[in-house]
Design a protein around this ligand. Structure first.
Ligand SMILES: *[C@@H]1O[C@H](CO)[C@@H](O)[C@H](O)[C@H]1NC(C)=O
Ligand SMILES: *[C@@H]1O[C@H](CO)[C@@H](O)[C@H](O)[C@H]1NC(C)=O
Length: 423
C-alpha cells in the first residue's frame, strides 16, 4: 500500500514537472519580483533565486458581510497599500468568504456588483451612501464594479508595491468570524459545505493566477468544535480534518501549481501537534504523510494563531507557541514545516502594547525567524456583527484608515519586530 502510494507520487511528480517548471522562462522568472513560485525546504521557504524568505505583514479583511476588502469608503486602495508599505511590511493576508464564490456560481458565473453587495449588507439608504463614498475615494470603481474586481484592484496595487499576497479562506457565509455557534465552525455545519468550500478554494486559486503578488493560500481559518450542531460535532477530529485538507490541497494544486498551501489546526487554529509529531490522526490510526500530497509536498506550510493576550509570563507564551506549532520548524519534529503566526493582536491603546504578550512576541518571533501577520489592519468595518461602521479598537489604522491608531507601537516595537523578522 505504501509502495503503491509512492509510485503514484513519483508518477505525478514526473507528469507535473514540465508545466510547473518551464525551463525556457526560468531566467525571466528569476529576474522578476516576487521570484516565485515559492517552495519549502525543511523549515524554510525559498524563492527561485534560492533565497530564504518569510512574511511580516498584516490581515486585511474582505470576508465580512459585503465580502470585499474593508476600508475603501475612507481611503483609496493606493493609500492603504502605501501605508502598509511605509513601515516595511512585505505581506498581506487577504481574507475572503466562500459565499462570494457560491454566488458567482448561482449567478451564471458572474459576480454581483459592489452596489448590490452593499445594499444587501447595509440596507438601501446606507448601501447607497457607502457606495458613493467608495466611488469618491476610488474613482477607478463604478456602481457596476464587482466584488471580485475590488479584490483584483487590491491585488494589483499590492503587487505593484511588491507586497506578497496570501489569500485566506476565512469563513463560508460572509460575516464576522469566529464562534462555535456561527454555523461556519466545521464541515457539515449550517453554512459550511465541504463541496462548496473546495470549489471556492479552487476558484480563487485559479482566479489569482493574474495577480503577480499571489504566492500562497490558507485553506481555512480557525476550524473549531461546533457548539450547536451535534451532527457536525460528531466528526470534529483530526481524522476528518485530514480527509478534507487533502481534498482541498489537491483542488488548490490542480487549479494553481505555484501556490504555497497553508494548513491550520484545530481549536481555533491553536495547535497542530499530530501533524508535525507524526502521531495518529485520531480516532483513526492514519498519520500525516507528505506522500499524500503527490508532486506538491514542498508547498505545505503550517499556520497557527495565538490570542493569550493576558499572559504574564513570556516563557509560558514561548513554550505554548513552540509546543503547539513552532516545534514543527525544529529537528525534533517528525514532519518539518515552515510555520507562521498568521493571527495575533491586541487593543491598540496607549498601554496594551507594553504588556507581556505584545513585548514577548516582538522579540520571540524574530528569534524564531517565524513569519507572521498581525490581526488587524482595519480601523473599522463596513459592518461587523450587525453594527455598521464598527470601530475596530484592535486596528493598526484609526477609524477612517488615515493614520496609525497607536504610532508609538507601530514605529517602535512593531518596526523592530518587522526588521528582526525580515533581516
Ligand atoms: C536557507 O534555507 C536552507 C534550506 O533551504 C538552509 O539550509 C539554510 O540554512 C537557510 N539559510 C539561512 C541563512 O537561514
Ligand atoms: C453551495 O453553493 C450553492 C450555489 O452553487 C448554494 O445554492 C448553496 O446554498 C451553497 N451551500 C451552502 C451550505 O452554503
Amino acid at each position: 500500500m505504501k509502495f503503491f502510494t509512492t509510485l503514484l507520487a513519483l508518477a505525478s511528480t514526473a507528469l507535473a514537472a514540465p508545466s510547473s517548471q518551464p525551463q525556457h522562462d526560468e531566467s525571466s522568472k528569476r529576474a522578476a519580483w516576487p521570484n516565485g513560485p515559492f517552495v519549502t525546504q525543511g523549515r524554510y521557504i525559498r524563492d527561485t533565486t534560492g533565497k530564504n524568505l518569510t512574511y511580516a505583514g498584516t490581515n486585511w479583511p474582505g470576508h465580512n458581510d459585503v465580502m470585499f476588502p474593508e476600508g475603501l469608503q475612507y481611503q483609496s486602495v493606493e493609500f492603504i497599500v502605501q501605508k502598509i508599505k511605509s513601515v516595511g511590511m512585505n505581506a498581506v493576508r487577504l481574507t475572503f468568504a466562500i459565499q462570494m464564490i457560491d454566488e458567482i456560481y448561482s449567478n451564471g458565473g458572474k459576480d454581483i456588483t459592489i452596489q448590490q453587495a452593499l445594499v444587501q449588507a447595509l440596507g438601501q439608504a446606507n448601501g447607497a451612501k457607502i457606495l458613493s463614498q467608495i466611488l469618491a475615494k476610488n474613482p477607478r470603481f463604478t456602481a457596476s464594479t464587482t466584488r471580485l474586481q475590488v479584490f483584483d484592484a487590491v491585488a494589483e496595487e499590492l503587487s505593484k508595491q511588491q507586497i506578497l499576497i496570501h489569500l485566506d479562506n476565512h469563513i463560508s457565509k460572509g460575516m464576522w468570524c469566529c464562534s462555535g455557534d456561527d454555523g461556519n465552525s466545521w464541515f457539515g455545519d449550517k453554512y459550511f459545505s465541504a463541496a462548496n468550500w473546495t470549489r471556492g478554494l479552487g476558484y480563487m486559486a485559479d482566479h489569482g493566477k493574474s495577480w503577480p503578488g499571489l504566492v500562497s493560500i490558507g485553506l481555512r481559518n480557525e476550524l473549531r468544535e461546533p457548539t450547536n450542531n451535534q451532527a457536525a460535532k460528531n466528526s470534529y477530529n483530526w481524522q476528518t480534518w485530514y480527509t478534507y485538507m487533502k481534498q482541498a490541497a489537491q483542488a488548490v494544486n490542480n487549479a494553481n501549481k505555484d501556490l504555497l498551501i497553508f494548513l491550520s489546526g484545530l481549536n481555533y487554529d491553536t495547535y497542530l501537534n499530530p501533524v508535525f509529531e507524526g502521531t495518529a490522526l485520531t480516532p483513526g490510526n492514519g498519520k500525516f504523510s507528505f506522500n499524500d500530497f503527490p508532486g506538491y509536498a514542498n508547498k505545505l506550510v503550517l499556520e497557527i494563531h495565538n490570542y493569550e493576550t493576558g499572559i504574564n509570563s513570556c516563557s509560558s507564551l514561548q513554550n505554548n507557541l513552540y509546543s503547539k506549532g513552532f516545534k514543527a520548524m525544529s529537528s525534533s519534529a517528525v514532519n518539518v514545516f515552515p510555520v507562521m503566526l498568521t493571527e495575533f493582536g491586541f487593543a491598540m491603546d496607549a498601554n496594551t502594547y507594553r504588556n507581556t504578550y505584545a513585548s514577548c512576541l516582538s522579540t520571540y518571533l524574530p528569534s524564531q525567524k517565524a513569519g507572521w501577520t498581525i490581526w488587524v489592519l482595519a480601523g473599522s468595518y463596513y459592518i461587523r456583527s450587525g453594527r455598521q461602521d464598527y470601530d475596530e479598537d484592535w486596528g493598526m489604522l484609526n477609524h477612517d484608515w488615515s493614520n496609525w491608531r497607536q504610532p508609538a507601537y507601530i514605529n517602535g516595537p512593531f518596526t523592530s519586530m518587522l526588521r528582526g523578522t525580515l533581516n
